[in-house]
Ligand binder design. Structure first.
Ligand SMILES: Nc1ncnc2c1ncn2[C@@H]1O[C@H](COP(=O)(O)OP(=O)(O)OP(=O)(O)O)[C@@H](O)[C@H]1O
Ligand SMILES: [Mg+2]
Length: 652
């Protein structure tokens, strides 16, 4: 077939003879028509779509609420990185949604199914073939909400098919994710410049308690050290229960090579915290014995709940029953001897005492031991015969009946007969005996078992040590002070628990008073952060079933802490040992690497609202990386926690 004449050819043709009716089309017009014919249609790109990185797909029967599939070109696939925030403009119905990429981006061939023989053949022959199938990207997004008048509302609909999808800039992403505030913990993975920030003065964040969990070496203690450093800079009072003594040098800059390197990469300097105070139990050493702010402390028997003591000493029911009886008699004797109460005010104070959370003012362990000793005497042959009014045999054993249980006490001055007392009760043995007789008891064996437990406790020499004071809670709660309770030398979880329970209660009471005072002056109270390392030792499920009173105390502190600005931080590599009651108190999580899938699923149930794609990464996190879920974040974030600028002692 002959090709149609071109414009040049036509222009050269002689004009057709004029018959007055049809005139030939002028060459100029013909040329214009040809140009029009050859012109390709201009691409009709809506300026509103230029920035789109993909489009929503149609739904199928497999579609799920809140999840939308986004398709994109091969060129744009790299823009749909996991965890990226996107805006979906459903133009058909004029709605706008925010979402996050939770699955993908996947690459799917355009022409054939990915699993077809052809696709498999082309890919497997990659060495020989220079071509591949054209493909596109697919990602799944989770809809965070619909944008309505500047707020994010739960979506009632879903984006229509072929709605354009846009990326959010870093600044807008930070705003949407809720990462604002002055306390930065590290960088959000997947963004160039986004820091995971919280507002340290926001009552709905730190006082709603935090769990830092992960396997050994995951980076928990480094995160704690970073948190201490940052929180101090914000003027928060920080108290750390340090089971290993690893934070006793945090006022010095770190010297660890890996940490120095990591700090350099983040453009930060090694630096110790400013005001460190170290507290250690009297008679126990500190890992920083020459520190200038070293404080010894003893515990007050009078501040421990008798029920908590019974739990901690693992008393049998019979022993506990006797202990509480002795405790009650001791209270009467304290009044008889003019020790407490002494005044009307004392009497009023007595009315407020809740024995489930605290002890009896001015009572010492020696007072109780004296009463126990009186009971044992009253149940002995000698005591019984004395009670019946018979004269005593001359060859009678001398000294305290408890001396055989506690040889240390044997050196005390023993009278010629009767029980020996070591407290103020010494001055009137008869009074003690008559109180004991008025509330008689049975079973000398149980009393002796109780006595031996109490003696063991007394021999720890941590109670009411005359010259050594208790912990000064008020100075601990001053702004920017870091107090480390060094428990490295106690080697007894029971003793640690006693200390932790006592100090927690003291802190809570002091903070309560400070809160009231601040409130009266229309000021805000200094926020406090209490960090408990190795929390599973203090609060393990098995222990809590044996120690309901102790746990109730912690729960009470946690609940009151919310209102009074006391934030608890539980650090543990065994979160599965924490009972649900404790996990239920925690609203913020920093989850480092966890490999055990059963632990992950336990955490998954606890921490909630963290999508599968994030949990899948938890077993492979590098040291220092963590899945961070704070109550101010719109959704949990993968964070590279900042290296700690402070020195941390390594635990062997
Ligand atoms: N944020 C971080 N940046 C850089 N390196 C880190 C970070 N966190 C941890 N590391 C590295 O991992 C090591 C172990 O961290 P760390 O001692 O904090 O773990 P851990 O979870 O407290 O372990 P353990 O259960 O044994 O107490 C650190 O010595 C350090 O080398
Ligand atoms: Mg650690």
């Amino acid at each position: 077939m002959r090709p149609a004449p071109g414009p040049a050819e036509r222009a050269a043709r002689p004009p057709a003879p004029q018959n007055g009716l049809i005139r030939p089309t002028p060459g100029k017009t013909l040329g214009a028509l040809d140009a029009l014919k050859n012109q390709k249609p201009a691409p009709r790109v809506d300026p509103g779509l230029e920035e789109a990185v993909g489009f929503t797909h149609f739904d199928t029967t497999a579609s799920q609420d809140n999840m939308v599939t986004v398709l994109t070109t091969r060129d744009d696939l790299h823009l749909l990185a996991s965890q990226t925030l996107v805006r979906v403009k459903s133009r058909e119905d004029g709605r706008s949604y925010l979402g996050v990429i939770v699955r993908g981006p996947f690459a799917e061939p355009n022409a054939v199914p990915a699993n077809s023989t052809m696709a498999v053949g082309v890919v497997t022959h990659g060495k020989k073939l220079t071509y591949t199938f054209e493909y596109h990207g697919r990602a799944e997004i989770e809809i965070l909400g619909e944008e309505l008048k500047g707020a994010l509302e739960p979506p009632r609909f879903r984006p229509r098919p072929q709605s354009p999808v846009f990326l959010l800039g870093d600044e807008e992403s930070a705003r949407v994710l809720g990462v604002r505030g002055s306390l930065g913990l590290g960088m959000v993975v997947g963004y160039d410049r986004m820091e995971a920030r919280i507002d340290p003065r926001d009552k709905s964040i730190l006082p709603r308690h935090t769990g830092i969990v992960g396997t050994t070496g995951g980076g928990k203690s480094t995160t704690v050290a970073t948190l201490i450093h940052r929180a101090q800079a914000e003027g928060i009072a920080i108290i750390v229960f340090d089971v290993e003594g690893e934070y006793t040098h945090v006022d010095e800059p770190t010297e660890q090579a890996a940490m120095l390197e990591a700090l350099k990469r983040r453009g930060r300097k090694p630096e110790g915290v400013r005001e460190l105070h170290i507290h250690h139990l009297t008679g126990r050493a500190s890992r920083n014995p020459r520190h200038r702010n070293l404080h010894r402390f003893s515990l007050n028997f009078s501040s421990l709940s008798p029920y908590a003591i019974a739990e901690i000493l693992d008393m049998s029911d019979a022993q506990q029953e006797r202990f509480l009886k002795a405790y009650d008699v001791t209270k009467l004797l304290l009044e008889d001897f003019g020790i407490f109460p002494r005044s009307e005010e004392d009497r009023r104070r007595l009315l407020d005492i809740d024995e489930l959370s605290t002890g009896h003012p001015r009572m010492t362990i020696q007072h109780v031991l004296d009463v126990v000793s009186a009971y044992i005497y009253s149940l002995s042959d000698e005591g019984r015969s004395e009670a019946r009014g018979r004269p005593r045999a001359a060859s009678r054993r001398q000294g305290n009946f408890l001396d055989e249980l506690d040889p240390e006490n044997a050196s005390a001055q023993a009278p010629a007969h009767g029980p020996t007392f070591y407290s103020e009760f010494r001055s009137n043995v008869g009074r003690v005996m008559s109180r004991v007789m008025a509330q008689s008891s049975k079973h000398e064996i149980s009393w002796k078992a109780l006595a031996s437990k109490l003696h063991r406790l007394r021999r720890l020499n941590i109670f009411d040590v005359g010259s050594v004071r208790g912990v000064d809670y008020n100075s601990m709660l001053t702004p920017g002070r870091v107090s480390v309770i060094d428990l490295s030398d106690t080697d007894s979880p029971q003793l640690n628990n006693l200390v932790i329970a006592d100090i927690l209660r003291g802190l809570q009471e002091a903070q309560e008073t400070r809160y009231q005072k601040a409130n009266d002056r229309e000021q805000t109270v200094t926020p406090a952060l209490i960090i408990i390392e190795e929390a599973h030792e203090f609060l393990s499920a098995s222990r809590i079933s044996q120690m309901p009173v102790l746990f109730e105390q912690v729960a009470r502190i946690a609940k009151r802490g919310r209102k009074r600005w006391l934030g608890l931080v539980f650090v543990t590599q065994l979160p599965q040992h924490l009972p649900n009651e404790v996990l239920g108190l925690i609203n913020n999580f920093i989850i480092h690497k966890i490999t055990d899938s059963s632990v992950i699923s336990r955490m998954q149930r606890t921490a909630g609202s963290i999508d599968e794609s994030l949990w899948n990464r938890v077993p492979r996190l590098a040291p220092g990386q963590a899945l961070v879920s704070f109550s101010n974040f719109t959704r949990p974030l993968m964070v590279a926690v900042d290296p700690a600028p402070v020195k941390r002692l390594l635990v062997e």
